[in-house]
Design a protein around this ligand. Structure first.
Ligand code: HEC
Length: 183
């Protein structure tokens, strides 16, 4: 039938990525735009807990508690929940098809403090306005959000803390031994 084409089956995340990933190749220089700022309050939103950004970090836990690194790892490798491996690779010898659009997560815990990691997961666009990394703890200013997700962040505050706790364990000096090297 003229004019009625089947809608593409790709998820909106995939489409968004396809649309903007070209840019990423040019713009991978990381955190260059991070500037020291006065502490500021995030936009309060019903579903979100308030947090304070200090310079390029959110120094305090969103929940007031430490996350669980094991749960954090499963969020990071999960293709429905975190989707991190769409863009990132990391020390996950069993995970096929890891991303090549973003820094390898191995060593992330040596490159940044927990507070710096937290802000990068919560809303990386505060550091680089045109980053392709999704804001995992933001509910406003998003476009084309499926009804079930409207007004909700991608990850809960607890999940953010679990991911931060896991990333903090990925230190360069804890590199996986050679038997686990990627094929
Ligand atoms: C759509 C692509 C994409 C997805 C999905 C994504 N990231 Fe990123 N991430 C990036 C890019 C690109 C950068 C580098 C900074 C930049 O250019 O914006 C980055 C930077 C980072 C950094 C800081 C750089 C480092 O390793 O030292 C961390 C930590 C990080 N991401 C963790 C995650 C985690 C955890 C997830 C999943 C919860 C995730 N990212 C999902 C694209 C992505």
């Amino acid at each position: 039938m003229a004019g009625s084409r089947p809608s593409p089956k790709k998820s909106s995340a995939e489409r968004d990525c396809a649309r903007v990933c070209g840019l990423a190749f040019v713009l991978l220089a990381f955190a260059g735009g991070a500037k020291a700022q006065e502490p500021e309050r995030a936009q309060p939103s019903a579903a979100l807990r308030p947090y304070t950004v200090v310079a390029d970090a959110i120094p305090e836990s969103l929940t007031g508690a430490k996350g669980d690194p094991q749960r954090g790892r499963s969020i990071v490798v999960n293709r429905q929940v975190g989707l991190c491996l769409l863009c990132h690779s990391g020390p996950f010898p069993d995970e096929k098809f890891q991303g090549t659009l973003a820094p390898d997560l191995q060593g992330a815990g040596s490159r940044g403090t927990e507070g710096q990691l937290r802000l990068r997961i919560v809303d990386a666009s505060r550091l680089k306005a045109d980053t392709i990394m999704p804001p995992y703890y933001r509910a406003d200013g998003l476009v084309r959000v499926a009804p079930a997700f409207q007004g909700k962040p991608i990850l809960t505050a607890e999940q953010i803390e679990d991911v931060v706790a896991y990333l903090a364990t990925l230190r360069d000096d804890s590199a996986i031994p050679t038997s686990d090297q990627k094929r």
